[in-house]
Every structure is written in C-alpha cells, then in structure tokens.
Design a protein around this ligand. Structure first.
Ligand code: DC
Length: 201
C-alpha cells in the first residue's frame, strides 16, 4: 500500500522537523526535496551549469556535508526558478512518493505540482520574523551565524523568489491544511500535523 503525505511551506517554518517526526510516527520514508535543489545549487557554485547538474545528479551529490549553509540555500532558490532544472527532478520525486509502505515529501510544490493527488497535504508556515529567529539560532549553534538582520533579509529574499517565480511557485494547494507554527511548540506543531493526517486516513 502507498500513502503519500505532501508537506510544503517557506524556509524555516518547521517543515523539516514536522516531516521527520511524521515519517517516524508512521514508519514512512522521507524525502527532503530541498536537498535536491541545494545539491544543484552547490554544483552551480562549483561552476557546473544548473540544468546539467540537475540532469546528472548522483547520490553522492546529496551526501555533501555543506548543503545546509546559507550560501547554498540562496543558490538553491536561484536554480529552482529554472524550469528545466525542476523538470529534471520531477520523476525521481514522483517515484519516491509512490513507494510501497508510504512516503513523506517536504518542499515548496509537492502538494501543487509533484503530488497533486497526495493522500494528505499540509502547508506549514510562520511569520518571517519567527522563521529568521529560528534559522539564526540553528546557524549560531553551528558557528555559521550572520546577524539576525542578515538572516531575516535572506529569509525574505528566498520567500520572494520562491513565491514569485513562474514555475511551480510556493503556494498552498487548495486542499492543504494550514499549520501556522509561529506560536506553537515543536510538540504542538507535530501533534497538529498528525491530527490533520489522521483526518485523511
Ligand atoms: O527547503 P529548503 O530550504 O532546503 O529549500 C532550498 C530551496 O530550494 C528553496 O528556497 C526553494 C527550492 N525548493 C523548491 O523550489 N522546491 C522544492 N520542492 C524544494 C525546494
């Protein structure tokens, strides 16, 4: 049996944490689709043309340890506006979504474009200020922090690019359940996600 859960939303809204918790709760496989765009963005920074990078992505490209940094996040958001890059990544994501045993995919366009018929769809969001603060704390813990103002500017730049691009822009699917995590603890956000998914099972 396959059961597909689509979790979309802007950067640092809590999608990753919720997706990992949901996949563990149900014993489903999890794909962080942002990692695909980050791997392509990293290759672009290495001098590879983004479309070539997307069409020839290898498992070891996804295993790079530097993919979480802020520079690669911006590069990911830049390559993600290119239609041919997105197209090159579609089949892999759809095949993952159909896995027997269930799958959780998180990203920007999972519920709208990659898996429009997903069994459950969540759109996880939070205010830009709250998201910037969370991202700042994460980066600070890794010794990668800029100032909070710079992180907020980065979050807003990425939101702007992700929301306003022509191809597969970031937006909630009509049938997605919205979860605003601005005022929620991690535990409460995970509980809200599981309750929304249970309503579809
Ligand atoms: O989720 P993330 O922060 O790792 O994503 C990095 C960038 O990749 C994001 O700013 C836009 C792009 N992305 C996308 O366009 N579509 C997805 N499904 C996932 C990520």
């Amino acid at each position: 049996m396959s059961f597909t859960i689509a979790i979309d939303g802007p950067a640092a809204a809590g999608k990753g944490t919720i997706s990992r918790a949901v996949s563990e709760h149900y014993g489903f496989a999890h794909l962080d689709t942002g990692l695909l765009y980050r791997a392509v963005g990293a290759k672009m920074l290495d001098g590879v043309a983004p479309v070539d990078a997307a069409q020839n992505l290898q498992p070891e490209d996804l295993a790079r340890t530097d993919l979480r940094g802020p520079e690669i996040a911006q590069a990911a958001s830049k390559v993600a506006v290119i239609g041919e890059v997105r197209l090159a990544l579609v089949d892999f994501q759809r095949a993952f979504a159909r896995r027997v045993g269930g799958a959780v995919l998180d990203g920007r366009d999972i519920g709208t474009v990659i898996c429009p018929r997903a069994d459950a769809k969540l759109f996880v969001t939070a205010s830009a200020e709250v998201r910037a603060k969370r991202r700042f704390m994460e980066l600070a813990a890794k010794g990668l922090a800029d100032s909070l103002d710079e992180v907020l500017a980065d979050v807003k730049a990425r939101d702007d690019r992700d929301i306003n691009r022509a191809e597969s822009p970031l937006k909630p699917a009509d049938d997605a359940v919205l979860i605003d995590t601005s005022e929620l603890s991690i535990e409460a956000a995970i509980a809200a996600a599981i309750a929304a998914i249970e309503a579809r099972r």
